[in-house]
Write a protein that binds this ligand. Structure first.
Ligand SMILES: C[S@@+](CC[C@H](N)C(=O)[O-])C[C@H]1O[C@@H](n2cnc3c(N)ncnc32)[C@H](O)[C@@H]1O
Length: 281
């Protein structure tokens, strides 16, 4: 990489990341450069002639090389913005996706005052923590099979000021849970196991398999969640689940078999059905 000014470093890194197949090479290069230089986007615009220090150049080269090997920017930087808040991300957690903001909007629309919520498979805690931060009168419980992910969720909850309203439990789906809730939410793993090898390397090589694989047909977790929701949903409560492409009909059938009716199909920014809402028939 030429040891030049910010503008030439940005241009060279953008060209490298484009050649490596990034869909967003300019954005990636800018975010990595801002991080190593401790600068804002405005700084980059105002000071294109500024040089970097030797250590910053080395760090930038390392970051660009990692991105060339398809590591997502959020994993390189160890953080991801979700619904306007910054979440720590580690190799043990799914990198929260913008599409998952669909379930947040759907939940906010039905959460009663003083709501109790349960987030199954919480990962970074993105769903539970965001809802508790948006609704200071709500309390929550969240589970995950991964103790490492739960430690990340605990750290995010504390930093974002909701740690005293969120109980984190290790175990499979409802196994460690007792009681009933106004809202049960989950973004479970929903990729059919046989399709994981064909996913983009940015996903396949960096998101934990535990966060991706939904078993042979991708629907295994929905069966467990639908079955457990029947006894953990309070009167007038709602279940909200994120789904993958083309899974809406199958997931609705799974919930219908447990006595739920579809209360809403919610679309992501790409227009795909991304979240289903259910209540009791
Ligand atoms: C698709 S990720 C979702 C993470 C987070 N809720 C989000 O939306 O960013 C699925 C999560 O489910 C967890 N998980 C997988 N199997 C589980 C199980 N049997 N019980 C509880 N959690 C599980 C994974 O560890 C992972 O954190």
């Amino acid at each position: 990489m030429p040891a030049d000014n910010l503008a030439s470093l940005l241009a060279a890194a953008t060209a490298r990341l484009k050649a490596a197949g990034s869909d967003t090479p300019t954005l990636d290069a800018r975010l990595l450069l801002q991080a190593v230089a401790g600068l804002t986007r405005e700084d980059l615009i105002l000071g294109p002639d500024w040089p970097l220090m030797r250590e910053q150049l080395a760090a930038f080269e390392g970051f660009v090389a990692r991105r060339e090997r398809h590591e997502p920017v959020s994993r390189i930087l160890g953080e991801r913005e979700f619904y306007g808040r910054v979440f720590m991300v580690t190799p043990a957690t799914l990198d929260p996706r913008p599409d998952t903001e669909t379930i947040i909007e759907a939940a906010l629309a039905v959460m009663p005052k003083g709501a109790s919520l349960l987030d199954l498979g919480t990962g970074t805690g993105a769903i539970a923590i965001t809802l508790l931060a948006e609704r200071p009168d709500a309390t929550g419980m969240a589970t995950d099979l991964s103790p490492e992910a739960l430690a990340v969720a605990a750290s995010n909850a504390a930093r974002l000021g909701v740690g005293d309203r969120l109980t984190l439990l290790e175990g499979s789906w409802f196994a460690p849970v007792s009681g009933t809730f106004d809202i049960i939410l989950s973004n479970p793993p929903y990729i059919p196991a046989g399709e994981i090898a064909g996913l983009a390397p940015d996903v396949r090589n960096f998101d934990p398999t535990l966060a991706l694989s939904g078993g042979a047909d991708g629907l295994g977790p929905y069966r467990v969640i639908a079955s457990g929701a029947a006894s953990h949903l309070g009167e007038g409560g709602h279940v909200l689940v994120e789904i993958g492409a083309g899974q809406a009909d199958d997931v609705e059938a799974i919930f219908a078999a447990q006595g739920f009716q579809t209360a809403g199909r919610h679309h992501d920014l790409g227009g795909h059905t991304r979240c289903l809402g259910f209540n009791r028939t």
